[in-house]
Write a protein that binds this ligand. Structure first.
Ligand SMILES: CC(C)(COP(=O)(O)OP(=O)(O)OC[C@H]1O[C@@H](n2cnc3c(N)ncnc32)[C@H](O)[C@@H]1OP(=O)(O)O)[C@@H](O)C(=O)NCCC(=O)NCCS
Length: 159
């Protein structure tokens, strides 16, 4: 199985906030944004693994600022860490204004798992790191994986 670069699976999607995307306070409903982010993470993971994928967990989902009707929402997803069957996708969300400036409004890390035809985890290609930022993101990803493993163990132990 050939290793792949971060660039090969990177995605950027753009949405326009419409009236049906708003909550009772006339802001972008968080659940809609989470759906868009999950889809972006899924596409990154599918491109890398060339398999169906599922979301195993989401870390550090942080709403920094709101978005409003008519806003252009840019969602960027890229791989930061890859295990045997799991892939960590960093998803950043921005509001883009008419001058093209982007204001960062959300960040999260999605853990996606590649599945075979029987819905069992399956091996994915290794990730080729090419830049200092990619090496740094990988190191942070390893640290998050260590925390996630402990958190899952705690959940199973009912802690
Ligand atoms: C994710 C899932 C496929 C993992 O299955 P599993 O039987 O626990 O498989 P394993 O223990 O072999 O784990 C497979 C990989 O997933 C990772 N993983 C499992 N649970 C995880 C979690 N909660 N968070 C992060 N990674 C997780 C493991 O670390 C492992 O990674 P690796 O292969 O890179 O080492 C299974 O728990 C599942 O189907 N969950 C439901 C997912 C779903 O329906 N998502 C949509 C929600 S609407």
């Amino acid at each position: 199985m050939d290793a792949k670069t971060v660039e090969e699976s990177r995605v950027e999607t753009v949405y326009l906030v419409r009236p049906t995307h708003l909550n009772g306070a006339n802001r972008l409903f968080g659940g809609i944004l989470m759906q868009w982010m999950d889809e972006a993470a899924g596409i990154v993971a599918k491109r890398h693994s060339m398999c169906n994928v599922t979301t195993a967990s989401v870390d550090n989902l942080t709403f920094l600022q709101g978005a409003y009707q008519g806003d252009m929402i840019v969602i960027k997803g890229k791989l930061t860490w890859v295990g045997s069957s799991s892939m960590e996708v960093c998803v950043d969300t921005y509001v883009e204004n008419l001058s093209g400036e982007r204001n960062h409004i959300n960040n999260a890390h999605f853990m996606m798992v590649a599945l075979d035809e029987n819905d069992r985890p399956v091996k994915v290609p290794r990730l080729i790191l090419q830049t200092e930022d990619e090496y740094l993101a990988w190191a942070h990803g390893e640290e998050r994986r260590r925390i996630r493993i402990q958190r899952k163990k705690d959940k199973l132990d009912g802690i």
